[in-house]
Design a binder for this molecule. Structure first.
Ligand SMILES: Cc1cc2nc3c(=O)[nH]c(=O)nc-3n(C[C@H](O)[C@H](O)[C@H](O)COP(=O)(O)OP(=O)(O)OC[C@H]3O[C@@H](n4cnc5c(N)ncnc54)[C@H](O)[C@@H]3O)c2cc1C
Length: 518
């Protein structure tokens, strides 16, 4: 997304621009594909505009037919559709049913979520000015931007004070550990509080491009080509020479650049950059930044199970909407995905398969699943009378790597698939018991291999106090600078917390730096 966005903006400016992409298909983690007649999204399942995606499309004059992608939340056999702001009250009562001893604490939590929703209304309340024509659009400047700006500054200050890990914040608010888990366990570990608790607003913002999320990437690709930009796929950059300003691919073909925007994993850039010809001071700055990058890890990855089901969409429609966060047990993961997982990893070589599978059983039964049914958002995406679904959960790259090294990855994956199907068949989707006609999965290892993302991360860096990149909204425009001359960075590794909107924003910011008269 970051690379496509930057390329489109440079092409619009009439710059000579070439996008080099490792894979045959474009879009990275924003991608769709078809298998056995079923349409699936392999990365993000739906999009949140966040004041960025839709304004970018409008600015670049890209037509994309979109529909709302409503969300349902579910625990055990209780299901709640999130339709509007009033759903927050219903969510409060929903939680109280499961945790009746925590009623007052739930009320307090809802007040905080409501406050955060107000901040979100300010933050995303206008189209992001970076996608507006500020030289000519006076109506936007005077009617929207100027009245909004002081509120934005005030709100950003409050948001910056809510950066502590969500678990820490919930510890100080909720005494019931299961309740804390249910609120937070489908977020990445140590997600900043503001980002995690803002999700209620984001649930109302989700939309889905007709034909699949990958239509967003296709729209950008078509625009780039229309504007005279060039794209070369199946081209992996294997070295960057900062002195001679060239990059070289897997076939030893070299490409000279005036400016380079690196829109992939930053650890790769720092590993492959040759700084031999740079002045000593620039070398020292690069080495300091490199050390910080390499000592940090990518955040969690995801396991996705793709299912073709011989059962019509209507049967699924009666249960939940097409974007469903479902937790089969109110108990919560507790230490299963933290201390217990760390212990398992540290003793992995001394453990038998049974012990690892016993942990897996507990991990899956207590987890939260993100379930996407593309056909419920666009019924053209499935064969008549059948349904495709994608079931995913956050997963640890290290664990899959160790299992692969021990030689039983296929068995591990098959066990996960069987268990997830039986968990869902025994709870919300009974038809999965005997109607699954096709299945396959993407593990953290496949994500790592496909988009070359460290630790199979899907939103860039792991959340921890010493972020190697900018993580404050007020200074987001600085996120694109690297210590290498004429080299900019963009995408999920360039700013934290990331996701599709930030990848687009940093792509645009990097293009802006290149275009700026020097
Ligand atoms: C299951 C799932 C759910 C998600 N849910 C959400 C969500 O709800 N909201 C949200 O905002 N985000 C979500 N995300 C995250 C979001 O999809 C990503 O953060 C975003 O798409 C990243 O875009 P990017 O351009 O920064 O990076 P990428 O998509 O990783 O693109 C990098 C590109 O660079 C290419 N590349 C890598 N190395 C090289 C090389 N050496 N040479 C040439 N090319 C190279 C890769 O092939 C890839 O195409 C989700 C992701 C997944 C997988």
């Amino acid at each position: 997304m970051a690379g496509l966005t930057a390329t489109a903006y440079l092409a619009r400016e009439g710059r000579k621009v070439l996008l080099l992409e490792k894979n045959r298909e474009l879009g990275g983690l924003v991608n769709s594909f078809t298998r056995d007649g079923f349409h699936y999204d392999s990365g993000v399942r739906a999009l949140e505009s966040a004041g960025i995606i839709l304004p970018m499309l409008k600015d670049l004059k890209i037509e994309l037919e979109v529909v709302k992608s409503p969300v349902t939340l579910g625990i055990e056999n209780e299901i709640l559709d999130i339709d509007d702001l009033g759903s927050l009250d219903r969510y409060r009562e929903f939680l109280k049913k499961f945790y009746p001893g925590s009623k007052d604490e739930i009320d307090r939590l809802m007040k905080i979520i409501r406050r955060i929703m107000k901040y979100m209304d300010v933050l995303y309340g206008i189209e992001n000015p970076i996608f507006k024509d500020l030289k000519h659009d006076f109506a936007f400047i005077f009617k929207k931007l100027l009245p909004w700006f002081p509120r934005f500054l005030l709100t950003v200050g409050k948001i910056d004070r809510m950066q502590m890990p969500v678990e820490e914040h919930l510890n100080s608010l909720l005494t019931n550990p299961s309740l804390r888990d249910i609120i937070s366990q489908h977020f990445f570990k140590n997600t900043p509080t503001f980002f995690a608790l803002s999700y209620f607003s984001l649930y109302l913002d989700y939309f889905y491009p007709k034909g699949g999320v990958g239509k967003l990437s296709e729209g950008l690709r078509d625009k780039i080509l229309e504007l005279g930009g060039e794209i070369r796929t199946e081209t992996t950059i294997q070295s960057v020479s900062a002195g001679s300003k060239t990059v070289t691919d897997q076939n030893s073909s070299s490409y000279g650049y005036e400016n380079l925007i690196w829109a992939a994993d930053l650890k790769t850039l720092y590993r492959i950059a040759d700084i031999g010809e740079l002045p000593a001071e620039a070398k020292a700055r690069f080495e300091t930044a490199k050390a910080r990058m390499l000592q940090n890890k990518g955040g969690e990855s995801v396991f996705s199970l793709f299912l073709g089901v011989d059962e019509p969409l209507d049967s699924f429609r009666r249960i939940a909407k097409g974007h469903f966060f479902y937790t089969p047990s109110r108990q919560g993961l507790g230490e299963t995905h933290r201390g217990e997982l760390q212990e398992l990893l540290s003793r992995f070589d001394h453990l038998g398969k049974e012990e690892i599978l016993a942990w897996l059983e507990k991990f899956l039964s207590l987890n939260t699943f993100e379930i996407s049914i593309p056909g419920l958002k666009d019924d053209n995406t499935v064969p008549a009378g059948q349904t495709g679904m994608i079931v995913s959960f956050l997963a640890d790259y290290e664990l899959f790597k160790k299992v692969a090294e021990a030689g039983w990855l296929d068995e591990f994956i098959t066990t996960i698939e069987d268990r997830v199907i039986s968990l869902l068949a025994g709870s919300v989707y009974p038809m999965l018991k005997d109607r699954v006609i096709s299945r396959f999965s993407h593990s953290p290892l496949s994500i790592h291999n496909r988009v070359a993302s460290s630790e199979g991360a899907i939103v860039g860096w792991e959340f921890q106090p010493d972020m190697p990149v900018i993580n404050k909204i007020k200074i987001a425009d600085r996120a694109v600078f690297t210590p290498l001359p004429s080299v900019y960075q963009a995408g999920q590794w360039a700013y934290s917390p990331a996701g599709v909107p930030m990848s687009i924003l940093t792509g645009k910011l990097a293009a802006k730096e290149v275009i700026k008269p020097k």
